[in-house]
Design a protein around this ligand. Structure first.
Ligand code: FES
Length: 110
């Protein structure tokens, strides 16, 4: 288990990037829920973002890859459009304990 942060350190309706054991992950906070994925686009196996903590589209409805614009559902990681449509982000299992975000062992990129 690895402590990431307190829930109140996550932006409301936004995303934040963390590095754990050299692996970048993205955590999205929306409607009181948290979603965590490897920062790893299934299209080319590279990071999703160009700018720190900027992962969402302009309407904050989807995770958007800055490289070629693929859109991913925030709550499932499924890619709905773009060059990796039908593929999905790699989920990072986590839990909330005493208002802290803890992650389990990191998965490997596919
Ligand atoms: S690398 Fe993400 S859409 Fe191409």
């Amino acid at each position: 288990m690895h402590l990431l942060c307190r829930v109140d350190e996550l932006p409301d309706e936004g995303a934040r990037e963390f590095t754990v054991n050299g692996q970048s992950i993205v955590v999205v906070h929306r409607d009181g829920e948290t979603y965590a994925y490897l920062n790893w686009c299934p299209h080319l196996g590279i990071e999703l973002n160009f700018q720190p903590d900027v992962f969402l589209d302009s309407d904050n409805q989807f995770i958007q890859c800055a490289n070629h614009g693929a859109l991913f559902e925030i709550d499932s990681g499924h890619c709905l459009s773009g060059p990796c449509s039908g593929d999905k982000l790699v989920t990072v299992t986590h839990s909330i304990r005493d208002s802290e975000v803890w992650i389990d062992e990191l998965p490997q990129p596919a």
